[in-house]
Design a protein around this ligand. Sequence first.
Ligand code: 13P
Ligand code: SF4
Length: 382
Amino acid sequence: MLGHGRDLATERGVECPGDLPAPSDPGLVARARAAKEALGDRVFVLGHHYQRDEVIEFADVTGDSFKLAKEAAARPDAEWVVFCGVHFMAESADILTADTQTVVLPDLAAGCSMADMAAIDQVEECWDELVEAGVADVTVPVTYMNSSAAIKAFTGRHGGTVCTSSNARTALTWALDRAGRGGKVLFLPDQHLGRNTYVRDIGGALEDCVVWDPHRPMGGLTPEQLRDATMILWRGHCSVHGRFTVEAVEAARQAIPGVRVIVHPECRHEVVELTDEVGSTEKIIKTIAAAPPGTAWAVGTELNLVQRLAAQFPEQRVVFLEKNVCYCSTMNRIDLPHLVWALESLVDGRVVNPIRVDPDVAHWARVALDQMLALPGETSKD
Ligand code: 13P
Ligand code: SF4
């Protein structure tokens, strides 16, 4: 269960050890402001688009996971990078920043259920089985940013790359090219992003995709299925985006004539197929910001972002796509009390919840992350 146990090799969080300020403390906003002011340029606060408003207010930069990774790497002067997001993002920031900088995650229980669906020993075992099936030497691994540093390192060791939802098409095109004729991609850990990118963005066939189930011998696949496949998709998904349904898209279209539906590519393929637009959090924001006034949007992504968009663009009608989806519980772990605790501790000379990736893991994960940053024409444009 998320937030329980102490298995640090996975994305599962651990208990928060701090003496947190009470959430009811009316002085929290003033305390956060004062602490930030006292720390000045020595601290840099990053905020993912899914964070609560009360936290976003104190972010120096907001962005999707790709933009935030680049922003972290571009601030060599900040002694501390406080990452308001989830564990795998903070790990990537630690890998991309200098050894003299420290990345802080205000609540260590801010993990990611999708990242938890691929453990490094399962991935190593999968690779051994691909070797046994005689396909490993034509397979290039690609891991979504939403994975542990150990899995990014695995990808680096095996000549692959990392991708995010904003550059998945470029990364997958690169990997397929590298795999060559008859080659394959092992896509970790989000089957939906892998399938959507391959079919929708690259024009591949659904039949070329197989799903590797880490809980079954040989992933539940036959050697023939593996040999015939182009995309070997890890059986992982986002517990938030996996809940958006075809029925919700149909209901939105019926309720709001002319509505445009935009969703994150972590949604299931049958949902993505029905929508008008698909894109990373950054792309969703830019699309709505650029839309003509009076247009209506049903948005399938995390609720904090959708609510913020509705407030920011009152000239549009922005609604949440699905009534049966709730906030990302782990993103929401970072709240104002945790942020105040992390910042005030720094003011007192104590670094709480530092994220430090093992140097060997960090080295290989950096190889994969650098490969991503070097992809042709890559910017956080989507
Ligand atoms: P982005 O890559 O769009 O920031 O999304 C990250 C994420 O966790 C989506 O669920
Ligand atoms: Fe992970 Fe999904 Fe939450 Fe993103 S929204 S952090 S993929 S659980």
